[in-house]
Design a protein around this ligand. Structure first.
Ligand code: FE2
Ligand code: FE2
Length: 210
């Protein structure tokens, strides 16, 4: 098991739920980007057959999630809003190493971290949203995103030594915390709003399986 270095305060849900259409539109774009990233890995690493196959499955699932989020948007009278810059993902991508031999490691671990943060927020939304139908929707997405998060770390361990994966994961976890700490609150899935006492709370929200 490993956990994110910083946790989101449950107050984030109270703030983000005031504009559900903005949150859902941003979430839809996240799913679309996740599908695109999985396809980008296929294009970049054609020689790794197992990775190609698994990333194709991930891309399909993420597109399915995209459609499910669009349905939730429509139910609430919303439609997909134009894509915005994504400072969270950009900050994480900037933290990737430039060493060619570890590029795949960092690509996989950054993907795992984005999944882990999304998962943490899905747990919070499932628990605290006043819109209980939307809460159930987020609870329903948890198993699939948890499996993706585990898959990215598993793939990293197929290509790199386990100790190196753990070491690099710790470094990138710290980078993820720095990126998120620097972000202001916004009605978006990966906006800033962190718990000042990160590990005071216990429970499964930030515990993620390697
Ligand atoms: Fe997804
Ligand atoms: Fe995912």
């Amino acid at each position: 098991m490993w956990r994110l270095d910083v946790l989101t305060t449950p107050d984030w849900v109270a703030r983000v739920e005031t504009r559900p259409v903005e949150l859902l539109s941003d979430h839809a774009h996240c799913e679309l980007r996740a599908a695109a990233s999985a396809q980008a890995l296929i294009v970049k690493y054609t020689e790794h057959a197992a990775l190609v196959q698994r990333m194709s499955a991930v891309a399909r699932e993420e597109l399915l999630h995209f459609e499910l989020v669009l349905d939730e948007l429509a139910k609430r009278g919303g439609t997909l809003l134009p894509a915005r810059a994504n400072p969270y993902a950009e900050g994480l991508l900037a933290a990737r190493a430039h060493r060619k031999e570890e590029l795949l490691l960092d690509r996989l671990l950054v993907a795992a971290l984005i999944e882990a943060r999304s998962l943490e927020r899905f747990h919070l939304l499932a628990e605290h949203l006043h819109d209980r139908e939307l809460a159930a929707f987020y609870r329903g997405l948890v198993p699939s995103e948890a499996a993706h998060q585990a898959l990215f770390v598993e793939l990293a361990k197929e290509h790199y030594a386990a100790e190196r994966v753990q070491e690099r994961l710790a470094e990138l976890r710290a980078a993820e915390a720095r990126v998120l700490r620097a972000l202001p609150f916004d009605h978006r899935m990966h906006s800033g709003e962190l718990d000042p006492a990160p590990h005071a709370r216990t429970g499964g929200a930030a515990n993620v399986r390697p």
